[in-house]
Design a binder for this molecule. Structure first.
Ligand SMILES: NC(=O)c1ccc[n+]([C@@H]2O[C@H](COP(=O)([O-])OP(=O)(O)OC[C@H]3O[C@@H](n4cnc5c(N)ncnc54)[C@H](O)[C@@H]3O)[C@@H](O)[C@H]2O)c1
Ligand SMILES: O=P(O)(O)OC[C@H]1O[C@H](O[C@H]2[C@H](O)[C@@H](O)[C@@H](O)O[C@@H]2CO)[C@H](O)[C@@H](O)[C@@H]1O
Ligand SMILES: [Mn+2]
Length: 440
């Protein structure tokens, strides 16, 4: 098996220790020669980088570990880029959530105006990353997890249409699959999904077990009676438990398919707004929770010189998926993953340029998506509206267009009212000075 050189962009991310741990436990599936962590923030990078050195020294001493803030080191001779950057960090995530909430609109990092603001920040850094990687490692696979993945995917598809080695992925479908599997007491690896939609905006239409039986109805019947929880509920903050509980409402209203949890913001914007605190949002929860825990634990491990006693830095759906996706490509395993690809007829009654999220076989030539066919009016209309929002967001960025930005926000189901959209847009422009292009 080929030993891969990989770089983690956003090496100082809160998710990095879990991903590194997953790498050390998947070496038989995804062999490693060199792991580079790259971040623009040297302080964050140093903490996680020193942890990485200890982890690999203990678990895989033959793998070279480097942490750096130098792109030339990071992107040189790479086989796989795992990208998970957050332009503007948690300070700007806080603005994405609190600015809309201050004006009575949903504040969420990937949905609605928050996702719009984050998208306009992410595009610039993501484009730069692709250009840098391609200069130094023309054949590297770029596996992107950076959010808002829907907007990032659309922008990269528009700007690098011939680059067939960029793949955008979200871990939420896998996390939902793991949660369903627990609900019906099955091994998730025996289940095969059918899925369509946009990122953070899709539905499972079927889930087949190893005998070809669709178990979606069994899952829906349990969820509709309440008590749906994430597989890793004991590690979750209350807001995530509330989010999973909303799947029951969605299914009772729209029983056709199992919905992605993020649809709650688009289907029940008034109710969700009434539950959100403009002064204490998910960013506050993450900073007090995951960020402190991860950085505190990495510092403790560095002081003690061992990671062997650590239960905080563990595998999770996110890390496992990132490594398993890379393994499926590197070793041509052609396993099924839900990924984001250009539609090009997969959903027959949607435009070709929509970046859809769909199940695909993943091998050395990339994703081969499974055909979906025609989708029903309700789903088609929801997706086309949301795609309009995403497309106009990308065009607003590329053209520096205030009008397109206003159109995008007005289309979004969490906003709708154009006067509200204008107020939110103007306040977001102020908050994002230095990150966004000028919008005229
Ligand atoms: N696709 C998914 O399903 C999924 C799942 C989890 C996280 N994510 C995404 O992963 C990213 C990291 O999330 P987090 O909560 O750990 O955030 P974080 O702020 O802890 O980590 C992001 C890191 O990226 C760094 N960074 C910012 N700009 C950079 C650039 N231009 N180049 C290199 N590094 C840069 C920051 O300094 C920071 O250390 C976010 O985009 C998040 O939305 C996606
Ligand atoms: O609010 P955060 O920062 O905790 O999470 C935002 C991310 O939420 C989803 O990711 C899940 C993931 O699906 C699951 O496997 C587990 O690792 O928890 C994550 C969240 O806690 C979403 O898919 C991502 O896009 C978000 O970045
Ligand atoms: Mn996601």
């Amino acid at each position: 098996m080929k030993k891969n050189n990989i770089v983690l962009v956003g090496g100082g991310s809160t998710w990095t220790p879990g991903i590194l741990k997953a790498m050390t436990t998947h070496l038989d599936q995804f062999a490693l020669n060199r792991v580079v962590l790259y971040d623009i923030n040297s302080d964050r990078q140093a903490v996680i980088g020193q942890f990485a050195e200890i982890l690999f020294q203990e678990e895989a001493p033959n793998v070279e570990v480097i942490y750096t803030t130098d792109k030339a080191v990071a992107y040189n001779d790479v086989d796989f880029v795992f990208c998970q950057m957050r332009t503007g960090g948690f300070d700007m995530r806080e603005q994405d959530e609190k600015v809309p909430l201050s004006l009575g609109v949903i504040g969420q990092e990937t949905c609605g105006p928050g996702g719009f603001a984050y998208g306009l920040r992410s595009i610039r850094d993501m484009v730069e990353m692709v250009q840098d990687v391609r200069r130094l490692s023309p054949n590297a696979w770029i596996l992107n997890y950076t959010n808002p993945a829907a907007i990032v995917a659309l922008a990269l598809d528009k700007l690098f249409p011939d680059d067939t080695r960029i793949l955008n992925i979200c871990d939420q479908p896998v996390n939902l699959m793991r949660s369903y599997a627990k609900l019906i007491d099955r091994d998730v690896n025996t289940l095969e999904p059918e899925y369509f939609g946009l990122n953070h905006f899709g539905w499972f239409t079927a889930i087949y077990d190893e005998n070809g039986v669709d178990v979606a109805t069994e899952i829906k019947d349990i969820v509709k009676n309440g008590g749906f929880r994430p597989v890793d509920a004991e590690q979750r903050d209350q807001s995530w438990l509330d989010t999973y509980a909303m799947v029951e409402d969605m299914l009772n209203d729209f029983p056709d398919y199992l919905p992605n949890t993020y649809l709650q913001y688009y289907l029940y914007p008034d109710y969700k707004l009434s539950t959100l605190d403009p002064n204490y949002t998910r960013t506050d929860e993450v900073r007090k929770g995951r960020e402190q825990k991860v950085f505190g634990e990495c510092k403790r491990i560095v002081e003690n010189g061992t990671a062997r006693d650590s239960s905080v830095v563990h595998n999770d759906a996110h890390g496992d998926m990132m490594v398993e996706v890379a393994a499926s490509i590197a070793n041509n395993l052609r396993k099924t993953y839900i990924v984001i690809v250009r539609n090009d007829g997969i959903v027959s009654n949607l435009d070709d340029d929509v970046m859809i999220e769909v199940a695909a076989s993943l091998g050395k030539n990339g994703p081969h998506p499974y055909a979906v066919g025609n989708i029903d009016t309700f789903y088609k209309a929801l997706i086309e509206n949301q795609h309009g929002f995403e497309k106009l967001t990308v065009e607003a960025y590329l053209e520096g267009s205030y009008t397109k930005a206003l159109q995008a926000l007005t289309l979004n189901r969490t906003v709708v009212d154009a006067k509200k959209a204008r107020k939110v847009l103007d306040k977001l422009i102020e908050a994002n000075k230095g990150y966004w292009p000028a919008l005229n």
